[in-house]
Design a protein around this ligand. Sequence first.
Ligand SMILES: [Zn+2]
Length: 570
Amino acid sequence: MLISRMFNKIVYSLFLMWYLLPANTTFAYTRADTLRGSNGPGRSWWDVQHYGLSTELHWKDRSVSGRIQIDFLVTGIPGDSMQIDLQDSLEIAAAFIMQNDTCVPLLNQAVAVKDGNVWWIKFPFRHFDIGHEYSLEIFYKGKPREAKNPPWDGGFIWTKDASGMPWISVACQGLGASSWFPCKDIQSDEPDSGMSISLWLPFYYMDTDIDLVNISNGRLVDTTRVNDDLYLDENNGLDWHWKVSNPINTYDASFYIGDYVHWQDTIMGEKGELTLDFYALRQNEKQARTHFEVTKHMLHCFEYWLGPYPFYEDGYKLVEAPFLGMEHQSAIAYGNKYQMGYLGKDRSNTGVGLNFDFIIIHESGHEWFGNSITAADIADNWIHEGFTTYTETLFAESLMGKEKAFEYVKGQRLNIKNDKPLIGPYGVNKEGSGDIYDKGATLVHTIRLLMNDDEKFRQMLRTMNERYYHKMVSTAEIEEFLCDYSGIDLLAIFNQYLRTTKVPELTYYIKKGRLYYKFNKAIPGFTLPIEAWEGNNKALINPNSEWQSIKWKGGFDLSFSDDFYFKIKS
Ligand SMILES: [Zn+2]
């Protein structure tokens, strides 16, 4: 996802609220938070293998009605009931249990009981065998939540383009896919063998007689057009059927319906030919064709640093969207209005960010960090955003060289608020601070500087992507991997930057020809190599939380290298 501009406006008041709270205050989380954010008894015994979603969209009353088949493997002793997430504005009409594709609805009808944003599916699951696969089929309908400020305050977007044509999409990171279809709505369980998404667009409900295009994740399987006078008007329409071959985060499953033009390209990547598909609104085709050209260079750059694009089977798509952007897997949402930077602004305030389109780069970087490597709990989403934000620096480096790229990541530090730690509370579907972007990237950059070996750093990122390809991870696993690979004990660095909001503060004085120095606000064991100089006098110091000293011939007007993230006590 991407950074909210609104965040800046409210951060000061949030900071005050946070500051005024006693240190040991804990927020009260509800039972609903725990149901949504943890792998509870209604979820832990089954593992989603595949989602088969087919839904009908009604433009006129902004509603949906559909069915989903959830294929699941029984991995533990079944509980009394299954937890299916489906948010308040939608309801389950019927649910059936199937095995081996045989559906006996009357015998196998399951009971669905509503409990807030959760439905409990009641069935004698105790008869299920561990290691066997079953299916749950659900029919549902209702009005999905409409987005208030997508993508940050997400949901469905029912709008029109500048030519007055309907333009519909969904962006639901944070809110969750259960805002529009029934699923297990937690990042730790992706459908192992993918998802099929079939959307039926009845002509009757649309405000146009032009066939709109629907783009979804994965590859287009087929389209079916029904336009038969024998049918009532309501039965005429167009069905778009897409298939995702790879595991996918449920919040990444999306669609884009509008008056799109489509063109294709390919690159020869590390795993062979990768198909590229571009979709822009008809009125924007000309500028989009030029603007989207950067994609090829970007994908080669990312493959060089991170390893092969993680979803060759599903291709890479870039799709104009009615919101700023989102990392929808294999179908990246683009809404940066064909501007450079972040809506024409440079988030690093160095000018470097105006040399590329932030949304294309950032959201595509998520294919590696977020979509392929996924944090099991969103409390660890710094792994998604920190590494992805650093892909902006890697791309800047490919365009303008290392010096400019380092200016960029250094500039991003000014956005850090230090309001909350990067790691959020576990098990309650809550992210950490908005600093997961810039402070997360700063942490990745810190590791690179400490390694002081760009080739080893690159191989580390590639190995990380190979080892955790399409896998769920936790902060602890990533910390261990980075320490092992780099050969550096980074634990104090992680604890300082991920788990506290304190910025180490260098303090020093000179007395009788010695320079005394230490870090305030540093946790025990935390240190950084810093160069100190005055005139021709230079020294490398490694301050930590204790006073140290070295011989010092220079004067009092010291300067310090600022590659690392710390402050100097004034
Ligand atoms: Zn992001």
